[in-house]
Ligand binder design. Structure first.
Ligand SMILES: [Zn+2]
Length: 274
């Protein structure tokens, strides 16, 4: 038994039969939380270079486009993330926000517009530089470490699509819990392990495969990890309507997600500190 890097509990780890790296099985399942994760850590310097490259020339180009548009003062189209933020904001004890993995700062800009103070914590120097050009305070911290958040310093922490990327997820969740004021909230999302075709796709290199996505949560396993970090009330937001591509297969899947017989693509959760 050894501590799980996602839930922190002492657990056994069983090998999952999906070939990932050089055709080898490197995915394991934790007996305590049931999450899947890679068993091997890529060197921090390699991870940092990889993310900087994604922002500079790679698959995160869409974020750069959104950033270029934000620089012109144009407001981005309403997103589900902003919708959820507005749902939780009236229940928060104050207006101090932090974002982990805030990237180029497009979401941060909408948080500032909503009247919150905002700090972005990211491992990418490239992304943090772009966020600062939008006038947002950005702190770069090394991959594999925890963001330097002081105890009780924030009322809401936002982590969109971050938990699947970080090696030390349990540690980060505990730091976030400590950083929140009583009554504060962590608002987060991560891909659903059970989303259609996800596991099968991991053996092909891509932005959703290791070493970029290294953790895989189900609704139940994410709840275990959040509770282990100290969070009390959890609210999952189900059945977000994804916009289908107008192809018969995709429209059928979307109908299934809305009806509840196909697992949602993304887990959205508000975790409250009591
Ligand atoms: Zn675990």
């Amino acid at each position: 038994m050894k501590p799980c890097r996602l839930c922190g509990a002492l657990a056994d780890f069983s090998l999952v039969a999906i070939a990932i790296e050089n055709g080898e099985n490197i995915l394991v399942r934790c007996s305590a939380c049931g999450s899947l994760m890679t068993a091997r850590q890529a060197p921090a310097a390699q991870v940092q270079t990889l993310y900087d490259a994604l922002y500079t020339a790679g698959a995160y180009q869409d974020y750069r486009k959104a950033h270029a548009s934000a620089l012109t003062g144009r407001r981005p189209v309403t997103s589900y993330q902003r919708h959820l933020f507005h749902r939780v904001r009236k229940h928060l004890p104050g207006r101090r926000a932090a974002e982990i993995g805030g990237g180029v700062g497009v979401f941060g800009q909408s948080v500032v517009r909503a009247g919150f103070t905002y700090r972005n914590f990211d491992v990418s120097v490239e992304a943090a530089g772009l966020a600062e050009r939008l006038g947002l305070s950005s702190v770069v911290f090394p991959a594999g470490e925890v963001p330097p958040l002081e105890q009780g310093s924030v009322d809401v922490v936002v982590m969109w699509e971050v938990l699947e990327h970080v090696w030390n997820a349990a540690e980060i969740l505990r730091v976030v819990h400590t950083a929140l004021a009583p009554g504060g909230c962590l608002l987060m999302s991560t891909p659903n392990l059970h989303r259609h075709g996800y596991l099968e796709s991991l053996s092909t290199a891509g932005v959703s495969s290791p070493p970029i996505h290294i953790n895989f949560f189900s609704h139940a396993s994410l709840a275990v990890c959040l509770r282990a970090a100290g969070f009390g009330r959890l609210r999952f937001y189900h059945r977000k309507i994804e916009y289908p591509k107008f192809q018969p297969g995709d429209m059928l899947l979307t109908a299934g997600i809305v009806a509840g017989w196909v697992p949602e693509k993304t887990l959205y959760c508000a975790a409250w500190k009591e």
